[in-house]
Design a protein around this ligand. Structure first.
Ligand code: PLP
Length: 407
């Protein structure tokens, strides 16, 4: 089934209307949550045709489900992909995309700063199936190109990265990967389709943790992979057999959340920019990572490939964990949690969130300071968020020896 939405509709309109019409029943204005595990066929021939994929329809929820399909359609339209397939989590989407295409003896080129779970797939699980993974310094495009040229089956990128907000030039690296026949995958979770469309930059597969901005309300896990029909047929087959399906309730929550994606992302990015500028001037702050800042080492690349800089920033605080431990309990408009991309502002140190799976030495090797605090900006009023941070930082200053300010 395909969408009736006008091809020229803009992204905010697609987020509201996209993917829904074919799935409504009884004149309902919202997509139903179809919980039935299986589907009834009195005509055995028709049943077989649907089961073999020769005719559209549903047979069993591990293969497909109408609510999940509606959610997949909405993401597909936002990413301007031929096909989108949903998974039970972002990690299920990432691992399924990788395992669908990788074989023993293959070589993956990626960067050091991917999400901690992804990093574990590269360092712990892919070696078990004799897939070599080379993790390059994230901002070093020449190094990544050199490694690609040595032989590469999959180039895997994340931009901006979690939690260091580093940027890679997706178009440049996708070109290098295509030259050696590699498949290019990009985790677009931080940017969202509002701010970045990697398929337009030459990428083959775009991956999202829908747990984050797509759903937007921190109440559901999900993931999605988008790409060409030919590639996605393989990803679909992997999912139907391995079974990391998205639950229909979860699909509904993501579908509903996505309707406000553009409004949320716009507000979050505006506040993130102001908070980044505020923090840059604060004496307790060592550095601020936000691609919207002119001081960001790859601000120019971000400007070229993104429509906005997103709702996440991270800050390295003087005094490291001691400062973070004093700061976090003082914040009023804050969840101190391991999630991001929600309507509420969320603070999380790398040590307990994105890189909790890593040892201290591994985090150090990845260049992740113990004083690094990720801020996922919510949709609250910007002034309130800055006032909140300001009072909490003032409290920390009052509690710390003067020497910390001179660090
Ligand atoms: N990709 C990025 C960039 C993430 O930040 C996360 C989780 O924080 C994931 C993937 C994994 O997503 P999930 O928690 O939905 O499995």
């Amino acid at each position: 089934m395909r969408e009736h939405i006008d091809n020229n509709a803009r992204i905010g309109t697609k987020a509201v209307w996209g993917g829904e019409k074919d799935f409504r029943v009884f004149g309902a204005t919202q997509v139903p949550v179809v919980l039935s595990v299986a589907y009834d066929y009195s005509d055995v021939d028709e049943w077989q045709e649907v089961a073999l994929g020769n005719k559209p329809g549903y047979t069993y929820n591990r293969m497909s489900n109408p609510t999940v399909r509606a959610m997949e359609e909405k993401v597909r339209l936002l990413e301007e992909a031929e096909e989108a397939i949903a998974f039970s989590s972002g990690m299920a989407a990432i691992s399924s995309a990788l395992y669908t295409f990788l074989r023993p003896g293959d070589r993956v080129v990626s960067v050091k700063d991917t999400y901690g779970g992804t990093n574990k797939i590269f360092t712990e699980f892919l070696p078990q199936i004799h897939v070599e993974t080379v993790l390059c310094n994230t901002g070093d495009h020449e190094e990544i190109e050199r490694e690609i040229a040595k032989g590469c089956n999959v180039l895997y990128l994340e931009s901006p990265t979690n939690p260091t907000l580093k940027i890679t030039d997706i178009e440049r690296l996708a070109k290098a990967a295509k030259a050696v026949g590699a498949l290019v995958m990009v985790d677009n979770t931080f940017a969202t389709p509002i701010n970045q469309n990697p398929l337009k930059l030459g990428v083959d597969l775009v991956i999202h943790s829908a747990t984050k901005f797509l759903s937007g309300h921190a109440d559901v896990l999900g993931g999605v992979v988008c790409g060409s029909a030919a590639l996605m047929e393989k990803v679909y087959h992997y999912r139907e057999i391995h079974g990391a399906n998205l639950d229909p309730w979860a699909a509904y929550l993501i579908l509903r959340g996505m309707k406000t994606l553009k409004l949320r992302v716009r507000q979050q990015a505006q506040s993130a920019m102001e908070i980044a500028r505020f923090l840059q001037k604060h004496p307790l702050v060592e550095s601020v990572n936000y691609p919207g800042l002119e001081t960001h080492p790859h601000h120019d690349i971000a400007k070229k490939q993104m429509n906005g800089f997103g709702g996440i920033l991270s800050v390295v605080l003087k005094g490291e964990m001691e400062t973070i431990k004093l700061l976090l309990p003082r914040l009023q408009y804050a969840n101190r949690a391991g999630n991001l991309g929600a309507v509420e502002t969320i603070y999380g140190p790398a040590r307990t969130t994105s890189h909790v799976e890593c040892t201290l030495e591994e985090r150090r090797a990845l260049g992740i300071s113990e004083g690094l605090l990720r801020i996922s900006v919510g949709i609250e009023d910007t002034e309130d968020l800055i006032a909140d941070l300001s009072q909490a930082l003032a409290y920390v200053e009052s509690q710390m020896p003067l020497s910390i300010h001179n660090l």
